[in-house]
Every structure is written in structure tokens, then in C-alpha cells.
Design a protein around this ligand. Structure first.
Ligand code: SF4
Ligand SMILES: [Fe+2]
Length: 295
């Protein structure tokens, strides 16, 4: 629970606030951009939510915050309950954002795919009864795809509860040495006509992307949408090897996709040809700047 005595002075006066325990993971800014903004090393409330829809989004942010840094001085129980029920949140078709981001993965987003051949969890949220019940209603979890070593969250607990196979790359497997499925090398693995595992080393040695139905690309921390430049960006601060990162991004030109669903950063939906154009622009920017910190 957020602590009003630690309320950051950067918050505007009013009901919602961020306290000094914020780890600046960006989750609240993605879920409620009309209320939360980055302010130095933290988030803060720059505008109090007014309409019911805005308050609902602010409560979703409060619930998804991995460290409980968001508070409401006078909680509205009915909206909070509705916000709780909104997770897992449908993105499109059978793809969901789970909410309840985990501090263990520095607040990374995790996702869920309902599929007749067995459901997939992509990275892992906090282990919570609310989510366990929802996943059970959806038919359980067959696979837990771990994009890389940072975003494991509570994957072992979900794997144990559901008897799911955890998938991780050999190069990142120290983070999950008892994973049931270890991927080797750089070859794409087609697990079924709907799913392709694409190794994308760069952010970490063992980073992988998951392409679902040639439409949804789950990218972990390899690539995300950047609202500042209104374009795609690659991992910036934490980079295992820049040359590998660029090669991995080039490789994604081979595949059609319309969604980028990252661990950290904004997700985006664009027509496949526009997405390819954005990817080319990203590669050109990165090559021209020759800087690790270029987007
Ligand atoms: S979700 Fe929580 S930890 Fe993340 S930026 Fe917002 S207030 Fe900070
Ligand atoms: Fe990461």
C-alpha cells in the first residue's frame, strides 16, 4: 500500500498520488497516461483523473504497480473492484495483458494467449489468486515463454501450479536452470503453425521473441514502441551486445507482424507494411547515430 506520508512533492494535489517507493517502471504511464507522467526518477500524478473512465484507468495503474507506490486517499471501492476484474485485460482476439506486474521483473508487462493447443503465458506477473482463477477458467497454462532472464517474475509458481513447461534460451538459463524446455542457438523454432520462437540476442545473450499467428510479436525488452519519438526503439540502457541487438532487429524484417507487445515500453498495433517501415526507420536511426543510446 502506498504511504501518504511519503507522497512525492511532484504530485498535483488531490486524491491520487505516487509515493517515494516508485521504481519508475512506466506501468502507470502506459495504463493511465492522462494522470501519470515521468518526473525525474519517479512517476507522479500530473492531473487528477476526473471522469469515471479516467478514474478506472488510474485504479488499473494502482493495481498493476509492482511495488504498491500508487495511493488514493479516499478509495472508491466499486471502481477499484471493477478495475481488479479487468485483469487479465483483453488486447485483441485471444491475447491478454495480465496486469499485476511483478517487482521481480522490474515491473515488466506479461501476457496470456488462449489457444486450443494449450494456453501460453508470456513472462510472468505476480502470483495472485485472482490471476490463477482467471487462468484456470481459461483452461490452465501449458507453456510459459520467458523472453529473457530479467522477466521471470513468479513463473516457477505458475509452472508448478499448472504443470506448465517453462521455455527459456540456454544463454539465459541460469535464471531458470530447471526450466522444462531450453532453446539452443539462433535458429527459429516453429512449435506449431501458430507459434514461432525467434532468438533475438542483444539486450541479453539469450533474449527471444515469440511470434504468434504472424500477427503478435512478444518482444520482451528487445524492442518496444517509444511514445517520445513516435517510433520503434531497441533496448537502450542495458545492452549485452550492440552488434547482436541490431542483427536481431534486422532479422525481424523476415517476419510479418502487426503488434509489438513488449515487457517494458509501450505496445503498438500497426498494419504489417507500416510496421515493417517503422522497423526499417529504426534500423536506419540506430545505424546513423552509432550510439548505444540512440532509439
Ligand atoms: S507503476 Fe508504480 S513503480 Fe511503476 S512508475 Fe508507476 S508508480 Fe512507479
Ligand atoms: Fe530486461
Amino acid at each position: 500500500m502506498a504511504d501518504a506520508t511519503k507522497r512525492l512533492p511532484t504530485n498535483i494535489a488531490g486524491n491520487f498520488f505516487v509515493d517515494a517507493t516508485c521504481i519508475n517502471c512506466d506501468t502507470c504511464r502506459q495504463l493511465a497516461p492522462k494522470s501519470f507522467v515521468e518526473n525525474g526518477e519517479y512517476s507522479s500524478v500530473y492531473r487528477q483523473p476526473e471522469s469515471e473512465a479516467e478514474r478506472y484507468q488510474a485504479y488499473q495503474a494502482l493495481l498493476a504497480c509492482p511495488v504498491g507506490s500508487i495511493g488514493a486517499l479516499v478509495p472508491e471501492k466499486a471502481i477499484m473492484r471493477a478495475a481488479t476484474e479487468s485483469f487479465p485485460m483483453l488486447i485483441e482476439h485471444h491475447v491478454y495483458y495480465n496486469g499485476f506486474n511483478s517487482e521481480k521483473s522490474f515491473g515488466a508487462n506479461s501476457y496470456f494467449i488462449r489457444h486450443p493447443g494449450g494456453n501460453w503465458l508470456v513472462d510472468a506477473p505476480r502470483y495472485m489468486k485472482k490471476l490463477v482463477d482467471a487462468f484456470e477458467r481459461f483452461g490452465g497454462i501449458a507453456y510459459i515463454f520467458l523472453t529473457h532472464e530479467d522477466d521471470i517474475g513468479d513463473a516457477p509458481r505458475y509452472a508448478k501450479h499448472f504443470g506448465a513447461k517453462r521455455i527459456i534460451h540456454r544463454a539465459d538459463a541460469d535464471a531458470q536452470p530447471d526450466a522444462e524446455w531450453i532453446v539452443d542457438g539462433l535458429d527459429t523454432v516453429e512449435t506449431s503453425p501458430d507459434f514461432r520462437i525467434i532468438p533475438v540476442p542483444g539486450h541479453t545473450d539469450g533474449s527471444m521473441a515469440l511470434l504468434y499467428r504472424n500477427r503478435y510479436l512478444f518482444t520482451g525488452d528487445h524492442m518496444a514502441w517509444d511514445r517520445e519519438i513516435n517510433g520503434l526503439r531497441l533496448a537502450t540502457v542495458y545492452v549485452w551486445k550492440e552488434s547482436a541487438l541490431r542483427r536481431s532487429a534486422e532479422r525481424l524484417l523476415e517476419y510479418p507482424f502487426e503488434w509489438v507487445l513488449p515487457g517494458h515500453g509501450d505496445r503498438v498495433h500497426l498494419p504489417a507494411d507500416r510496421m515493417k517501415g517503422e522497423l526499417r526507420l529504426l534500423l536506419a536511426r540506430r545505424a546513423a547515430k552509432k550510439s548505444l543510446y540512440a532509439p
